[in-house]
Design a protein around this ligand. Structure first.
Ligand code: G3I
Length: 376
């Protein structure tokens, strides 16, 4: 008798827990009315190979970004060859799930094939030729997805850490106005699309000043910049809440929206000298740099949760200007931080663990939104 009652109670508990798991407020529900919550997705999610990841994306997020699928080398590998296979599937995924669909990125110095900048003899092409190539690329891709992609990262990472313009082939061959031209070409191809300047470490004062001057100049010239993407490749200690707050305020004053475009929080020992997301940076493997290969200690788990709560507190404070917060990956296992700047580390930067379960940081982020609602 007792045994049967025990089984019944256990079954009831299990059922209510399962229902609880299903009815637990999702990220997108928690933030509705504040800003969109996005995730960057890769080939496994776009093609449906990662059904667990897809279920998380569908349940939790109302915006997507392509981690790599729309980069130049993927979509336009040779002068007369465009490959839209993956990009088409990416856009179809967004449409199927009624998501705000972002594209990343049109003009960058990384992941661009060398032919873009060179002639048949291997020399740099001239300004007119490169502008034409840039125009063809932008008008073909933006034109193809006109009205279906809502927001483009037009220029990515044009600045050095000291706030000067990066000496990329774009700058060397075209000159400073390559940035304005890229925005104009994108706007011509889809006048309704939101257009973003996207960069990392803009919370560092010198780089932020450079970015503010750049955006102010573009706005004064009437260049159609809609928003600034603060990538948000953060650590447990950087940037400070004050710097994050000041950075968002400073861009808001220029009349652009702010997007947190590539959010993650690295809990591993810092392998680079400065906060950075420079993809070319490589550091040799060293067990000291990979301390949590067997799991994240609960104390660090809690630290991560608190850090996420603090940063979301800042985003929420600026919800009139922050339009979207996008995580750079779905689960910890997907993150680029498992291989950068040291290959093969075990990283824990996101809200879902390697088995797809929400971490304490997930609860901290949903709670941060609930706390704001209670205060209002
Ligand atoms: O797909 C190939 C695979 O076929 C090949 O076997 C393998 C061998 O290394 O490489 C695979 O491509 C890798 C790709 O990620 C997909 O995993 C590239 O080597 C690797 O360079 C690429 O890294 C991406 C990086 O940008 C460079 O494009 C990361 O996934 C992506 O997260 C990262 O994203 C950048 C943003 O675009 C800009 N901001 C910084 C951010 C983080 O670095």
């Amino acid at each position: 008798m007792l045994n049967r009652r025990f089984i019944a109670v256990t079954a009831l508990l299990a059922a209510s827990m399962a229902a609880g798991a299903q009815t637990r407020t999702s990220l997108k529900e928690a933030y509705r009315g504040n800003f969109l919550i996005g995730a960057a997705i890769g080939t496994p999610q776009i093609t449906g190979q990662d059904s667990r990841g897809d279920a998380i994306v569908e349940a939790q997020f109302d915006a997507i970004s392509p981690e790599n699928a729309l980069k130049w080398e993927r979509i336009h590998p040779k002068p007369d060859t465009y490959d839209f296979t993956l990009a088409d599937r990416y856009v179809a995924f967004g449409e199927k799930h009624h998501m705000f669909t972002v594209a990343h990125c049109l003009v960058w110095h990384n992941q661009v094939p060398d032919w873009v900048f060179r002639d048949d003899k291997g020399n740099f092409v001239d300004r007119v030729t490169l502008l034409k190539r840039m125009h063809d690329h932008i008008s073909t891709i933006v034109g193809r997805y006109k009205g279906r992609i809502q927001s483009w990262d037009v220029v990515n990472e044009a600045l050095n850490e000291d706030g000067t313009l990066r000496q990329s082939p774009w700058l060397k061959i075209i000159g400073e106005d390559y940035i304005a031209k890229a925005f104009q070409y994108a706007h011509q191809a889809d006048p309704q699309a939101q257009l973003t300047y996207n960069d990392y470490s803009l919370e560092i004062e010198a780089k932020r000043k450079g970015a503010l001057a750049l955006i102010a100049k573009l706005k004064a010239q009437g260049v159609p910049v809609t928003s600034v993407g603060l990538q948000g490749h953060n650590s447990l200690t950087w940037p400070s809440v004050e710097d994050q707050d000041a950075t968002i305020s400073a861009f808001a004053k220029l009349g652009v929206k702010v997007v947190i475009s590539e959010l993650d929080i690295d809990v591993l020992p810092r392998a680079a000298q400065h906060p950075s997301a420079e993809v070319s940076l490589k550091v040799l493997e060293d067990p000291k740099l990979n301390p949590y290969a067997d799991g994240l200690p609960p104390s660090v788990q809690q630290e991560l949760a608190q850090r996420y709560a603090d940063l979301f507190g800042v985003y929420l404070k600026h919800r009139d200007v922050v339009t979207r917060v996008t995580f750079w990956g779905v689960t910890d296992g997907d993150s680029w931080l498992n291989d950068w700047p040291v290959k093969g580390r075990t990283s824990y930067p996101l809200l879902f663990d390697r088995s797809g379960q929400p971490k304490p940081a997930f609860q901290a982020v949903t709670r941060a939104a609930a706390d704001v609602k209670t205060m209002n």
